[in-house]
Design a protein around this ligand. Structure first.
Ligand SMILES: [Zn+2]
Length: 459
């Protein structure tokens, strides 16, 4: 056992007490009546960072809830890691489904139950404790760190976005580490190698100046809904292929190890998802394995139609206009920015629009994807640390959705992102009886300490 492991083992009880103290503060960021508690949770985090021995620890005031910052920049010549976590939590409804009160941390079996036990106080605290173990036993850290903890992750994260965009020079770093994700199974360590970006649009078709009667005008009147149907059919065919010229022009091959994982799907993730959806068969491009389809292929989805007659019974109207909400998920492998995809999409929609309607395309929101190279030194260090603690190579998985903070760091700070979290799929995030596995918590402390050592040593 190394000195650090001995330190961690010796202080397990106190680590847990420190976490429980934080968990008792109901820092629900979306409910205004908890604002004072949210601030108290920020101060608690700052107190932790000071007691660990970080410098320049402070709350950064924002329009919303404060950010918590601390740094340790004394490892001359070593890389700097930006560490991210969040101290706010989700509301607790429906409260009657909690077995024990949501803000009273309770150990049952191998787990600690409390709102925030995993997301993200538990995961953030384990990083604090890894820093503490290193500073106490080695007198310093093997890398430089900046710690930035936010209190609005569950409420849109506007303040941190504003801060990162306004003061990127205060966050200079070589890599960012986000401890807010989970592993697919208890003994299967994982790193996230990519997230898809998104564009969300609204396409409107306008025909006549007013709604018309299909008996009187049917046969000569333009129909905006039919026009939208033709556009949609032209954008994506029955086999799930998206037909937007230029979309695939800069596509890159994914690393071989990822492709193998998608092909083999050793955890049978696709089957689990099929069962969850309650469908007989999966949709989408048949020549790509399901995991590739949800992680590394673009999507084009229709979310809703607006307008026309949708009440009970029959009304023979030809609507004057109609709208459809369409989004696309954009894998970073396409090598295109969200804005570029939007322009290609818009051009294609206009091209597909029949001449008798007027079509406008609006962008409602957009976000960039993230791609992390398994070859980046920070990823190699994280991977080697996981291998030591879990006794097996981590798998590289992806998120089909987006993690806005990751896209922000990637985009503004232009650094690789390590997504290494220790949550488990059954942790009940955002639901009653949220929990965190104690084993995962302590393994997490050891893994993160080792990760920083290996990163500092240039693994
Ligand atoms: Zn979270």
């Amino acid at each position: 056992m190394t000195q650090i492991e001995a330190y961690i083992a010796e202080h397990e009880q106190r680590f847990l007490e420190d976490l429980k103290g934080w968990l008792r503060i109901p820092s629900i960021s979306t409910l205004p009546e908890y604002a004072a508690d949210v601030r108290r949770a920020a101060e608690y985090a700052a107190g932790q960072l000071r007691s660990i021995g970080l410098d320049n620890v402070r709350l950064i005031e924002t329009k919303g809830h404060p950010l918590v910052y601390g740094e340790w920049l004394k490892a001359a010549g070593r890389p700097t890691l930006l560490i991210y976590g969040h101290y706010d939590v989700q509301p607790v409804d429906p409260i009657e489904l909690w077995q024990t009160p949501p803000f009273e941390p309770t150990i049952r079996g191998e787990n600690l139950y409390c709102r925030g036990a995993c997301d993200d106080k538990g995961q953030t605290m384990l990083v604090f404790k890894a820093l503490e173990a290193l500073i106490t036993t080695e007198g310093g850290l093997p890398v430089n760190v900046r710690v930035l903890i936010e209190g609005e992750e569950e409420a849109g994260g506007e303040s941190i976005e504003h801060y990162v965009r306004s003061y990127p020079e205060r966050l200079t770093c070589d890599a960012a580490f986000i401890c807010d994700t989970h592993m697919p199974a208890p003994d299967l360590p994982a790193l996230i190698s990519g997230l898809r970006g998104i564009i969300y649009t609204e396409v409107e078709a306008r025909g006549a100046v007013r709604d018309l009667h299909s008996g009187t005008y049917g046969g000569i009147a333009p129909n905006p809904f039919h026009a939208l149907a033709l556009i949609i059919a032209g954008l994506k065919d029955a086999r799930g292929h998206i037909h937007i010229p230029g979309l695939y022009d800069h596509q890159r091959e994914a690393p071989a190890q990822e492709q193998r994982f998608w092909q083999e799907d050793p955890l049978h993730l696709a089957e689990t998802l099929r069962e969850e959806m309650g469908v007989a068969q999966l949709s989408g491009e048949p020549e790509y394995p399901p995991l590739q389809r949800i992680w590394a292929r673009p999507t084009l989805e229709i979310h809703g139609f607006v307008g026309g007659f949708s009440g009970e019974g029959a009304k023979t109207v030809i609507p004057a206009n109609g709208k459809v909400k369409i989004s696309m998920r954009i894998p970073p492998d396409l090598g295109l920015k969200a804005e570029e995809v939007y322009r290609l999409f818009e051009r294609r929609v206009k091209e597909l629009a029949p001449p008798d309607v007027e079509v406008t395309v609006r962008k409602i929101h957009a976000g960039e994807g993230v791609l992390v190279s398994p070859e980046a030194s920070v990823i190699r260090a994280a991977s080697a640390a996981l291998k030591e603690t879990y006794g097996r190579e981590p798998v590289f998985i992806r998120e089909g959705g987006s993690i806005p903070i990751a896209a922000l760091f990637n985009d503004i700070l232009q650094v690789p992102i390590v997504f290494m979290g220790f949550g488990l799929p059954d942790d009940n995030l955002h639901s009653p009886n949220e929990k965190y596995s104690l084993k995962q918590f302590f393994r997490g402390v050891r893994t993160v300490a080792r990760f920083l050592q290996l990163y500092g040593a240039g693994a």
